[in-house]
Ligand binder design. Structure first.
Ligand code: BGC
Length: 337
């Protein structure tokens, strides 16, 4: 009897051992099979290995935060590691230095602006010579070897701003221009387009042109000193995203909303707020989120050897209060993380 029990215990131990060994082997096989990549997975893995860098002229600028948001959304879809690095405050030397560093660390692709021909064309060409594709975004560097450009036709954008002002002011205005930069090529084009649009309007005079260094504070300071020096100014044109916002603040302080016209650039939340209130009368729409998104996808296409057009101009138009709310709704929320 004792012998029989011994035998039963012995047999059941062997069965348990075999069962647990088979289960372990089964699990191990499952794990192994799961990690064997199919063709699609291999491609996805390759995509994951891409490292792109987006270098804006100013890191914490609300406009560029929207570009970043769009680019990061696309990077998530394409499995790309996207870094967003740039000067804390607009500064060309720092911008160039960051581009050089990105190229030295052998990233797979770079998105940036071609702010000035003299400084940006040589650095972009050096990056291209290292076989790193460069997509210019927002501001082109047309004389460089950049791979592609995506963004506004800045001359055209300035031209439609000039036409809008002439129409809204019925051909009579004393205009002050506040620009992000007197040397950056996109800002120069926005001024040139504007001037050409109003050049045949006898009643339109450009009284002053000042620089804001793309900050709302400096735009406000410049608007303030212009109004002190030239009280006859009754229209402002702000050529970068925060200029019209700075101007609007000063116009409200001076209680000059009724007799002053403002046209600006972009559709940031503050711009929309002033447009709704009637302090800003018109603004040129750009699509920062969309261009961030599309430029990232373009870089992936370029790396995969797909053909991409060398210039893609994103939609640009003038809107006024009656065009609000914008459709399709834009993602206005600017998140600083
Ligand atoms: C321009 C950007 C610029 C930004 C500054 C936008 O209108 O397209 O290039 O950096 O304004 O606020």
């Amino acid at each position: 009897m004792r012998k029989r029990w011994k035998w039963i215990i012995y047999a059941s131990s062997i069965v348990a051992l075999v069962a647990s060994a088979s289960f372990t082997i089964y699990c191990a096989w499952k794990v192994y099979a799961y990690h064997q990549p199919g063709e699609r997975e291999i491609k996805e893995h390759e995509n994951n290995a891409y490292h792109f860098v987006l270098v804006p002229e100013e890191l914490d600028n609300d406009y560029w935060r929207l570009v970043e948001k769009g680019a990061k959304a696309a990077a998530k879809e394409t499995g790309v590691h996207l870094e967003y690095v740039g000067p804390r405050q607009a500064n060309i030397d720092e911008h160039i230095h960051i581009l050089e560093k990105a190229a030295a660390s052998k990233v797979d692709g770079i998105m940036t602006q071609g702010l000035t021909e003299k400084e940006f064309t040589p650095v972009i060409n050096r990056i291209i010579e290292k076989n790193i594709p460069v997509v210019t975004i927002d501001t082109d560097a047309p004389t460089s070897k950049r791979t592609a450009y995506i963004g506004t036709d800045n001359y055209y954008a300035g031209f439609i701003a000039g036409k809008a002002l002439a129409e809204d002011m019925h051909g009579k205005a004393n205009v002050a221009i506040i620009t992000g930069s007197l040397t950056a090529s996109h800002q120069k084009l926005r001024i040139q387009g504007f001037k050409d649009a109003v050049k045949n309007e006898k009643g339109i005079r450009i009284i002053a042109i000042e620089e804001s260094n793309i900050t709302r504070i400096q735009a406000a300071e410049k608007a303030y000193s212009i109004l002190n020096k030239h009280p006859e100014v009754n229209a402002f044109y702000g050529t970068s995203a925060l200029d019209a916002i700075g101007i609007a603040k000063v116009i409200e302080q001076f209680h000059r909303e009724k007799e002053t016209y403002i046209i600006g650039f972009d559709t940031l939340p503050e711009t929309i707020h002033y447009l709704q209130k009637g302090t800003i009368h018109a603004t040129v729409v750009q699509e920062p989120y969309d261009r961030g998104y599309r430029s990232e996808k373009k870089l992936v296409d370029i790396i995969k050897g797909n053909e991409v057009p060398s210039v893609t101009n994103t939609e640009t138009k003038v809107i006024r209060k009656q065009d609000l709310p914008l459709r399709p709704a834009r993602n206005y929320e600017v998140k600083h993380d």
